[in-house]
Design a protein around this ligand. Structure first.
Ligand SMILES: Cc1cc2nc3c(=O)[nH]c(=O)nc-3n(C[C@H](O)[C@H](O)[C@H](O)COP(=O)(O)O)c2cc1C
Length: 199
């Protein structure tokens, strides 16, 4: 798609509105309806437009469908026990509940194998971050709420097994998408002066 910026000012205004009105929805407040099949393709398709040095696609996505959430729930609980063998059943249950967040739940995995190409790890992680932001913005543009979810379980053997991670892969986060069940006022953000200096 070719965008002629001088002829059409709307894309700039729309892009900035989209960027500045996006904010995370606490994953507990992401409900039905979630994106349908075509909308999921649109959201996940946006990831493919991320900057990607040497076009390695140094990340991959795994959708966790409703019928597989129990597998993830068990893995979250076991990951907690892996870290803390004394963890109570109540704590295991609390950990497992995160597997049911969002009608759409996607895992983002970094591909860090040197065999993929000579692009250093920080560049690959930046590409993954851009892919995630593209998806968050696409979901927001479609009227959905979304959140990124992390935690110590990302580094557990149990989740490595569930997602069949190679030694050179790292689970980065989960992205949950759904209908925002609670409206939240826009939070204040840092502005250019807060994070920019001139050399
Ligand atoms: C890599 C990454 C992981 C995150 N993991 C969590 C998380 O596990 N739990 C959570 O509540 N928020 C998580 N967040 C969301 C941030 O807390 C949230 O983006 C931040 O509060 C700013 O809010 P905004 O997205 O509305 O601007 C994560 C954000 C990033 C970038």
């Amino acid at each position: 798609m070719t965008v002629h910026w001088n002829e059409h000012q709307e894309p700039l205004g729309s892009a900035l509105t989209l960027i500045h009105t996006r904010q995370s929805t606490t994953s507990k407040f992401l409900g039905e309806p979630g994106p349908d099949g075509a909308q999921i393709e649109t959201i996940l398709g946006a990831a493919g437009a991320a900057p990607d040095h040497r076009r390695l696609t140094p990340w991959r996505l795994v959708i966790i469908p409703a019928e597989k959430r129990q597998l993830l729930a068990d893995a979250f609980a076991d990951a907690l026990s892996e870290r803390d063998p004394q963890a109570t059943e109540a704590l295991r249950r609390e950990a497992s509940e995160k597997a049911y967040r969002g009608p759409l739940l996607v895992a983002a995995i970094a591909r860090l194998s040197p065999a993929l190409g000579s692009v250093p790890t920080p560049e690959r992680l930046l590409s993954a971050g851009c892919a995630l932001q593209n998806m968050l913005l696409a979901a927001h543009a479609m009227g959905f709420g979304a959140a990124l979810l992390t935690g110590k379980s990302l580094y557990s053997q149990r989740l490595q097994q569930l997602f069949q991670l190679a030694d050179t892969e790292q689970l980065l986060c989960f992205m949950a998408v759904g209908t925002a069940l609670r409206a939240k006022p826009l939070s204040s953000r840092p502005t250019m002066g807060n994070y920019t200096t001139t050399l």
